[in-house]
Design a protein around this ligand. Sequence first.
Ligand code: GAR
Length: 230
Amino acid sequence: MEHTPERPLRVAILISGRGSNMQALVRAIAAERLPVQVCTVLSNRADAAGLDWARAQGLPAESLSHRDYDSRDAFDAALLARLDALAPDVILLAGFMRVLGSDFVRHFDGRIINIHPSLLPAFPGLHTHQQALAQGVQWHGCTVHFVTPVLDHGPIIAQGAIPVLGGDTPDDLAARLLPVEHQIYVQVLRWLAQGRVSLYDDGRVEVSDAPHRAWAGATIFHLQDCHEHE
Ligand code: GAR
């Protein structure tokens, strides 16, 4: 369904820290007047810097600390109840560093989207830039995908790639990748608002009228550099 200002896409954005991906999404919504309504920016950490930024923008921002719950299931149940009350169309995980249990994921089946800093299915989990360097890959990247009960392993909506350069450290990769993360997450949000993303039962994702879903901006820059040096 294509969303309109009268019938905006309702999104809940979940963060755990600085929230730069959340900021990129919110900035794009404002700058491009996307028909998207942020019903909450929610963090599992009350001290997440992203919450202050969201509040300063006048957005609803709140914390639900996992430390206040005895078990993972109890936290998931509280988060589920809070989100159900807000009735979001989609839940965007933007640096949300809690693993969500399978009951939670099934409840919102096909409506949770995550950004992960690797070219999945390579390097799920933590320390993805370190993992990429340890494997000696020549390309690294990020993935926006639907969340399934298997960690960092869902149907892929978009990917962005950057070259790994000699001497790169994990911090170098993280810094070069972050703007690409922002680009692809914003692109996916546009597609969602336009009602162009379909997830099929077999796990296939189709984005109508978007034959090239891989974000090659960084790649193209790199190839131009190579040609210049030939
Ligand atoms: C981003 O690099 C995001 O891809 C990663 O955390 C960072 C959050 O930064 N997410 C994960 O590792 C999830 N597995 P941000 O708070 O500035 O958006």
